[in-house]
Ligand binder design. Structure first.
Ligand SMILES: [Zn+2]
Length: 216
């Protein structure tokens, strides 16, 4: 797999051996699936020598199993969000921007949260998308084990491929708990990533994007 492909291709569930794809999808999130997952969580907690006499830990295995399924629900939906686009009948050619979109994701390397805000903009070509769909695209790619760089690329690549805009730009600012709670412990540090396509390579349009971001 080339590097570029691994940056933009979204993961989806892997079909376990001995199951066909439909069975794997039907099983995903089922009570039996939650139960199996909870058993593994319990084994992990036991190996960490936690005290199951603590009543707060009694159902933790079940809660954690359900929580992971919720946080990774994008995996079940598949590798690509289903988003309806429309013809640009008004021939709108100015920048469309949705800023300060909050998101929560989980870092692929440590399975702890990273979270923050995204700013998504595009200049339409022949197709447009409903404004509420920009957060939906972000959410879709955030709800799976992720890297901030890859999340940024996946959102901009989706816009590029589905809308064929004149250009698109995505900026994500996030805090990573794997950085803040362990290792170098840089509390409050923000990681900023950006990805640009088309006319956003030109400085004036990038400045327009940044001007819109600076406005209160
Ligand atoms: Zn991490």
């Amino acid at each position: 797999m080339s590097n570029e492909r691994s940056m933009t291709r979204a993961a989806e569930i892997v079909v376990p051996q001995g199951m066909d794809e439909q069975a794997a999808r039907d099983d995903y999130g089922s009570p039996a699936h939650v139960q199996r997952l909870a058993e593994h969580v319990r084994a992990l907690l036991e190996e960490l020598r936690l005290d199951f006499g603590d009543p707060n830990l009694r159902d933790t295995d079940q809660r954690v199993a359900k929580m992971y399924l919720e946080m990774f629900h994008g995996l079940r939906e598949g590798a690509r969000p289903r988003i309806t686009t429309f013809p640009n009948e008004e021939n709108y050619r100015a920048m469309v921007m949705e800023r300060d979109i909050p998101f929560y994701s989980m870092c692929s390397h440590h399975l702890v949260p990273f979270y923050g805000h995204a700013h998504i903009a595009y200049v339409p070509g022949d197709r447009i998308v409903g404004l509420s769909k920009l957060p939906r695209i972000l959410e879709f790619y955030a709800k799976r084990p992720q890297l901030q760089e890859r999340l940024t690329e996946q959102v901009v690549t989706f816009l590029e491929e589905e809308l064929e805009p004149l250009g698109a730009m995505v900026v994500i600012q996030a805090r990573h708990l794997c950085v803040e709670m362990r290792g170098v412990k840089k509390a409050g540090a923000q990681t900023v990533t950006s990805a640009i396509r088309g006319i956003f390579h030109e400085r004036p349009i990038r400045e327009e994007f940044l001007d819109l971001l600076r406005k209160a």
